[in-house]
Design a protein around this ligand. Sequence first.
Ligand SMILES: Nc1ncnc2c1ncn2[C@@H]1O[C@H](COP(=O)(O)OP(=O)(O)O)[C@@H](O)[C@H]1O
Ligand SMILES: [Mg+2]
Length: 261
Amino acid sequence: MRVISVMNQKGGVGKTTTTLNLAHALARKGKRVLAIDLDPQAHLSAGFGIDTRSQAGVDDVLMENGSIRELKVTVRENLDLLPAGVRLGEMEHRAEGGAKRGWLLKDAIARVRGKDYVLVDCPPSSGILGMNALLASREVLVPVAGDFFSLQGLSRLMSIFEHIEGALNQRTDKWVVLTRFYERRRLAREVRDKILAYFPGRVLRTAIRETVALAESPGFGQTIFEYQGKGNGATDYLALADDLIKGRVLKVSPAVRAKSA
Ligand SMILES: Nc1ncnc2c1ncn2[C@@H]1O[C@H](COP(=O)(O)OP(=O)(O)O)[C@@H](O)[C@H]1O
Ligand SMILES: [Mg+2]
C-alpha cells in the first residue's frame, strides 16, 4: 500500500484537482484507492459530488472518535473517500494531546486493509494537519503551478521536509507534478527547468496542462473522466497515474544540469 500526501503549503497550485483526478485515474486502472480529505474546506469531498457538510470523517479519526473503516464512503468503483468532517478546522487550534497528536493519522492508516493507494489532500498550511500527513506517508506529491511565484515557496517546503526527516530519521520520497502548465509559454518552460534543477529525477513526466474543464468539473460533482473524458485533462491525469505507478520522471538535460551547478 502506497501512502502519498499531496502537499504544498501554497494554495491554488492544484492539490485538490490532482488528488481528485489522480485518485479516479488510479481507480479506473483497477487500483483500490482511498482518498482522504485533510483540508477543512472540504473541496475534495465536494469535487466527488457528495455533500459531507453534516458528516464526520477524518476529524473524528484525529479526535479518536472513530476509525477510517467506519467513516469512509464509497464514491466510485474502486474508490473510497474519507471526508473532512465539519470539525476538522478545530484540529489546527487544539493544544491538548502533545506529541502524540502528529501520529494519529499514521496509526489510523496503518489499520486500513485492501487498498493499493492512499492519497491525502492536504490543506495549504504546515500545521498539525500537515504534520499528520507527513508522518503518515512515505511519499509526497508536490504540485507546482507553472508560474513564477510557484518557485518562491519551494525552498521553505524543502526545509519543512528536511526538518521532519531529520527528526524522524526517515526519508520521504518526493515527487513533483507540474500543474496549470501552458506548454507554449516560455515562462512555463523556464519554471519547469528551474524545478527540474531543484528536484532532479523527481519531476513526474507528465505536466498537467491548464484546461478549463478541470476547473469546471468539480462544480458538477464530477471528476474529469465523467465531465470530459476525452480532453486534455483526462489524458494528462491518466498519464500521470502511469508515471506514478511506474516511477516515470523527466530526464534532466545537460543544460538544466549546468544551471543547477
Ligand atoms: N490544470 C488546471 N487547469 C485549469 N484550472 C486548474 C487546473 N488545476 C487547478 N485548476 C484550478 O485552480 C484552482 C486551484 O486548484 P486547487 O486544485 O483547488 O488547488 P489547491 O488545492 O492547491 O488549493 C481551482 O479553481 C482549480 O479548479
Ligand atoms: Mg485544495
